[in-house]
Write a protein that binds this ligand. Structure first.
Ligand code: C2E
Ligand code: MG
Ligand code: MG
Ligand code: MG
Length: 288
């Protein structure tokens, strides 16, 4: 009995003191196996035109379903993957998977894929993107890459060079989370963006905060004069949507319009229509 208690207290000691430390340490090595074990999936969130209400595309958002811990948010595992370099492998998987999926959607829906600073800094990016487009048959104008200012500014010269190469392939580039972090007007002037994604923090209290509304108005004016469409992130209420309509925002994304969901759900709810694949093959053959 005494022996049993000792064992129990040892187990208890392990569990209480080391469990979290162990979990943290192991998360990185679990992530290494996550791809082969099919634990990574992509959710898609709809983006719509504010003016017409029509769907313009979907943002691919990575999800990790850990076998013991359940869903781990990207804000937790992506920084980890950036630290140990795994983000290169994961990012390639996301890009390939998202492009393969989008190639089966009704055109002209776009797919937006988030890129990490580490991917941008890595030499092979434009070549890899081209390979993915060739392998999946997705037209380059249907791919949009989302980058944050901090990702771009970590090595400005290099980023500019790489982004120009990517744009030369015919791919769109969106500036993500605009208004947070650096947000210098110089970034907008220097880099060839096709879209500005206004960070969702500006939508939070826009209904009753004149300052928030003034900022939205100013960013929309900036977008108009630079000829860059603006998408507002994090739209949760119809009041927010009304403000965007009145102010003339181009596109919107948020829970009001649709939560990020697995492809199956979107197909079932009719939010995405798959191409008639035979027709698609015939078109592809005719184009050759
Ligand atoms: P993000 O690119 O700015 O993506 C938008 C985030 O806002 C998503 O969080 C989305 O689920 C959430 N969101 C959308 N609409 C609403 C809304 O109406 N209200 C609220 N409260 N939230 C909303 P998520 O999926 O947790 O992703 C967080 C971040 O993780 C992303 O921010 C992106 O920076 C990063 N991330 C996600 N997938 C990838 C990926 O494949 N690669 C890389 N490098 N980063 C990714
Ligand atoms: Mg994004
Ligand atoms: Mg964002
Ligand atoms: Mg973000």
């Amino acid at each position: 009995r005494a022996k049993h208690d000792v064992v129990r207290s040892v187990c208890f000691y392990d569990a209480s003191m080391d469990e979290m430390v162990r979990a943290r340490r192991n998360l990185a090595s679990d992530l290494r196996l996550a791809i082969e074990r099919n634990e990574l999936t992509i959710y898609y969130q709809v983006q719509t035109s504010v003016h017409s209400g029509e769907i313009t595309g979907y943002e691919a958002l990575l999800r990790w379903k850990h076998p013991e811990r359940g869903f781990i948010p990207p804000s937790e595992f992506i920084p980890l993957a950036e630290e140990n370099g795994l983000i290169l492998q994961i990012g390639e998987w996301v890009l390939h998977e998202a492009c393969r999926t989008a190639a089966g959607w009704e055109p002209p829906y776009k797919v937006a894929v988030n890129l990490s600073a580490v991917q941008l800094a890595h030499g092979g990016l434009p070549g890899y993107i081209m390979q993915v487009l060739l392998a999946t048959g997705l037209q380059p104008e249907r791919l949009e890459l989302e980058l944050t200012e901090s990702a771009i500014l970590s090595d400005k010269e290099r980023s500019l060079h790489v982004l120009r190469q990517i744009k030369n392939l015919g791919i769109n580039i969106a500036l993500d989370d605009f208004g947070t972090g650096y947000s210098s007007l110089d970034t907008l002037r220097t880099f060839p963006f096709d879209k500005i994604k206004l960070d969702r923090s500006f939508m939070l209290d826009v209904e009753d905060n004149p300052q928030a509304k003034a900022i939205i108005r100013a960013v929309l004016a900036l977008g108009k004069s630079l000829n860059i469409p603006v998408l507002a992130e994090g739209i949760e209420t119809s009041d927010q949507m009304t403000i965007l309509t009145v102010e003339g925002c181009d596109e919107a994304q948020g829970y009001l319009l649709g939560r990020p969901a697995p492809l199956d759900h979107l197909l079932e709810s009719g939010q995405i229509t798959l191409l008639d694949l035979k027709n698609f093959e015939a078109l592809a053959a005719a184009g050759r």
